[in-house]
Design a protein around this ligand. Structure first.
Ligand code: UDP
Length: 317
């Protein structure tokens, strides 16, 4: 049994990760400033003796009493709409937050994993994206606050690994979806689900020919768990290589919700990546990992969550 700190514990990925760690028999301390996270995501964990929650912002000095074996730094606004609203905080949680947590891990002799992102590749000029590709990021564009924070986070983590011999891991997480995504976080998948279930037109940006590759959350968490157990310190892409255009995603969601919604087109946001697909050969080789849940099955599982959400929303309005 390990004692593990998870930052961003009340978020989409953080809450699934805490759940998995507890299921594996670990003691978990969840930390979150609740800026984009929601306590509803972890209320079922709050009752468990294996789980503690600290309401805290990791851009300030982080203190955790007692021993720690591992830290997952998963705190950050992660949807483009969120980090556009909170650009400075996004930069601080990726930079200062990471520095504090690396310092904490060093003082406790703990390992640490950072939640990096496919955004380190920016609007990629290589396709699919392998870990060796260095990316095409506009540092002063609207997405730069997230992309550069995450690139700095990777650099800092490698520096601590090389300088102090610390056990660090870098997960480059591609688009992930599933229950507990925040409706209204502005991302394509939750936006399309909510629009379809309300019978509103789906807002596709640009002509919808840009691509993404969506990974179901359970698959992603399995990859994260295996990476924690590995002794691999270089970045690892984690995502599902099943690539689809945004327009096709919208059409799929209209189909599986049985909605009468149409599609309307809005301007493409600045620096929106044209295409994205992970090369997961490293994860296959090092972790023996690959996703198991296809998009169609994953969307059906996710539908149940958004249905419940829209029903509750109707009750409360
Ligand atoms: N997108 C869209 N309609 C929306 C929200 C997003 O067409 O209501 C597009 C967005 O421009 C991007 C893709 O969907 O090309 C995925 O966007 P998302 O915000 O989910 O995440 P990203 O992968 O860009 O970080």
């Amino acid at each position: 049994m390990k004692r593990i700190l998870v930052t961003g514990a009340a978020g989409f990925l953080g809450s699934h990760l805490c759940e998995r760690l507890i299921r594996e028999g670990h003691q978990v301390i969840g930390m979150d400033n609740l800026l984009t996270g929601n306590l509803r995501n972890i209320e079922h964990l709050m009752k468990l003796p294996e789980f503690d929650f600290y309401h805290y912002d990791v851009t300030r000095y982080v203190y955790v009493p007692g021993p720690l074996d591992f830290i997952f730094h998963f705190a950050s606004p992660a949807s483009p709409a969120d980090y556009l609203k909170m650009p400075i905080h996004t930069l601080k949680v990726g930079s200062m937050g990471t520095h504090h947590l690396l310092g904490l891990a060093k003082s406790k002799g703990a390992g640490l994993m950072i939640a990096s992102t496919s955004e380190v590749y920016g609007d990629p000029l290589e396709h699919p994206q392998h870990e060796d590709y260095w990316g095409n990021v506009n540092p002063v564009g609207p997405r730069g606050v997230y992309d550069e924070a995450k690139r700095f986070q990777e650099a800092l983590t490698m520096a601590y690994h090389n300088t102090h011999g610390m056990d660090t891991k870098i997960a480059r997480i591609f688009n992930t979806y599933g229950p507990r995504m925040r409706p209204g976080d502005g991302r394509a998948l939750p936006t399309f689900f909510i629009q379809a279930l309300r019978g509103e037109d789906l807002t596709v940006y640009g002509d919808g020919s840009q691509t993404r590759s969506f990974c179901y959350v359970d698959d992603l968490i399995e990859g994260i768990y295996r990476l924690m157990q590995s002794d691999y310190h270089l970045p690892v892409n984690l995502g599902n290589p099943e690539e689809i255009t945004v327009k096709t995603l919208a059409e799929e969601i209209i189909k599986i919700t049985g909605s009468n919604s149409g599609i309307i087109y809005k301007p493409l946001p600045v620096d929106d990546p044209r295409q994205r697909q992970p090369d997961i050969s490293t994860a296959r080789k090092v972790l023996g990992w690959e996703p198991r849940v296809g998009l169609s099955e994953g969307l059906h599982r996710t539908l149940e969550y958004f249905k419940t959400y829209t029903q509750q929303e109707l009750i409360h309005t």
